[in-house]
Design a protein. Structure first.
Ligand SMILES: [Zn+2]
Length: 154
């Protein structure tokens, strides 16, 4: 941090405190060159994930969209809204952990599918059919064969 008096960037932190709600870090610093003491405040910035759609349009990551997509695919299936929320939260956490703040919508679709497959295969096929725009029965057959093949491999 630049010293407000002499402009030097050499300083040492002499005290660090967190605000009550833990969103602001207050640091007391001392300039090594001239000894001036000053305070800096660091605010934690919210991580924002941007989703790039197939059309090239970008939009902010929206967990509720993932939840809605899952709930639609799992109508009358044993997938709860709580599970759908957990999937959406897991994906958000994964993207932030990986530092993927710009992500293709297709990749999000893949992540949802992977998780949905573990919970309910029928919901998974339904979701995949919408997401990957299945054109005819062959696409369904192919997916079912893949699932059966994976079962055998296990
Ligand atoms: Zn100074």
């Amino acid at each position: 941090m630049k010293c407000p008096k002499c402009g030097s960037i050499n300083d040492k932190v002499i005290d660090t405190r967190l605000s009550k709600d833990a969103t602001v870090i207050r640091r007391r610093r001392e300039c090594i060159e001239c000894g001036t003491r000053f305070t800096t405040y660091e605010r934690q910035e919210e991580e924002k994930i941007i989703v790039k759609k197939k059309s090239g349009i970008t939009e902010p990551f929206d967990k509720s969209k993932i939840v809605r997509g899952i709930m639609l695919a799992s109508k009358n299936r044993p997938v709860s809204e709580k599970q759908a929320n957990e999937i959406a939260e897991d994906i958000e956490k994964f993207l932030i952990d990986e530092g993927k703040l710009l992500v293709e919508s297709l990749e999000i679709g893949d992540l949802v599918q992977e998780k949905l497959k573990e919970i309910d295969v029928i919901s998974y096929i339904r979701f995949k059919s919408v997401y990957n725009q299945f054109k005819d029965l062959k696409d369904f057959e192919k997916t079912i064969k893949e699932i059966e093949k994976n079962k055998k491999d296990q």
